[in-house]
Design a protein around this ligand. Structure first.
Ligand SMILES: *Cc1c(COP(=O)(O)O)cnc(C)c1O
Length: 372
């Protein structure tokens, strides 16, 4: 019996992963070296600097967790929360809900701020929550809610959170490298992202960063972190340059990939990249609206790179049409989640998938199918 797997050549326009740059794929195919090889250590140091540069932070405790975005989420929460702590978590989609689940598993008391899907949390809601829970250990929000396409403003909320002497924790999985995200300027204390969205590297790694304020909280912990693998006291020594100590074996090829992908981002320039996502979004928006699609999120809080749209009346079976896009045109887009399952599409234009050609391909295929 012989097994072979030849994946079809898809165009990835869903909520992730996005298309990878050929340079990134090539980097992954280069020969392995040992994860303690001085050459590999040099490369990890460069990755760390590039993550700092793209997060726009000087945070010393910045590195990459050897697991996907969800593990970055868990890293931030299990390290900052101890049993008996109180925290505030804003929920306006799938990912805020997940943070609640993790925080509760840490033994924390969670005060939820629940906002309808597609909307964002307001400063007033946070102020209100701080009346019931005046000294939370942290307040957590999702910057770019991939389940709904909503972009959460952070700067004003950050001030309110810091006035309460609390830490601001941000999920930037879908915002990093695709839209403005300024860790130091916005006073974000703990942040995590992922490689498979705007970075256009394969899934499987999660960059994280912690402010000096957050590091102090880590150092003052009274109990052991419940997870051995994600315990920052142990992992941080693995990312400590020449002094590094064995913790686990880094996924060498994936680190090659993130190194190459970050180089590509910095060659393009962050601001150019933000602008590209905005420009391509405008084109996609015009085309979708002319076909009768309607955006779920108000223009003011819309993600450029994850377009959640209600389908035109004439489309009765969204799943069938999505399958035809996949099977006949090799184009992947996402369906809705939760209450929006069967009602919306989530169209991603992230990183390498964010080009006018991608928009033209999708719109051309859609027109052909809708005209049948
Ligand atoms: C994709 C995503 C995650 C999870 O990342 P994985 O790489 O799938 O583990 C977390 N938060 C948001 C907002 C996401 O879009």
């Amino acid at each position: 019996m012989k097994y072979t797997f030849n994946p079809p050549n898809r165009v990835l326009m869903g909520p992730g992963p996005s298309d990878a740059h050929p340079r990134v794929l090539k980097a992954m195919a280069t020969p392995l070296i040992g994860h303690l090889d001085p050459k590999f250590v040099e490369m990890m140091d460069e990755v760390k600097v590039m993550v700092q540069d793209t997060f726009l932070t000087k945070n010393e405790l910045t590195f990459v967790v050897s697991a996907p975005g969800s593990a970055g989420m868990e890293t931030c929460l299990v390290n900052l929360l101890e049993p008996g702590d109180e925290c505030i978590i804003c929920v306006n989609g799938v990912f805020g809900g997940r943070m609640v689940d993790i925080a509760e598993r840490c033994g924390a008391t969670v005060h939820k701020i629940v906002t309808p899907w597609g909307e964002v949390t307001s400063v007033e809601q946070v102020e209100e929550a701080l009346k019931t829970c005046s000294k939370p250990k942290l307040v957590a929000l999702v910057h770019a809610e991939t389940s709904t396409g909503a972009l959460q403003p952070l700067k004003e909320i950050s001030e309110v959170v810091h006035n309460a002497e609390s830490l601001l924790v941000v999920d930037a999985v879908t915002s990093w490298c695709g839209m403005p995200l300024k860790v130091d300027e916005w006073g974000i204390d703990a942040i995590y992202s992922g490689t498979q969205k705007n970075l256009s590297a394969p899934p499987g790694l999660s960059p994280v960063s912690f402010s000096p304020r957050a590091v102090k909280v880590l150092e003052e912990r009274k109990t052991k972190v419940q997870s051995w693998f994600l315990d920052l006291n142990l992992v941080k020594n693995y990312w400590a340059g020449a002094k590094r100590a064995y913790h686990h074996t880094a996924p060498v090829s994936s680190v090659y990939a993130i190194h190459e992908a970050l180089s590509i981002v910095l060659e393009e320039g962050l601001e150019n990249r933000w602008k590209r996502h905005q420009d391509v979004h405008q084109k996609l928006k015009t085309e979708l609206e002319s076909l009768g699609f309607k955006y779920l999120v108000n223009e003011e809080h819309r993600l450029p790179n994850l377009n959640s749209v209600f389908l035109p009346e004439q489309i009765k079976d969204e799943a069938a049409l999505r399958n035809r896009l996949l099977n006949e045109f090799n184009i992947e887009i996402g369906g809705g989640l939760g209450d929006f399952a069967g009602k919306i599409w989530r169209i991603g234009i992230m990183g390498e998938s964010c080009t006018k050609n991608h928009v033209n391909m999708l719109i051309g295929a859609l027109k052909e199918l809708m005209n049948e």
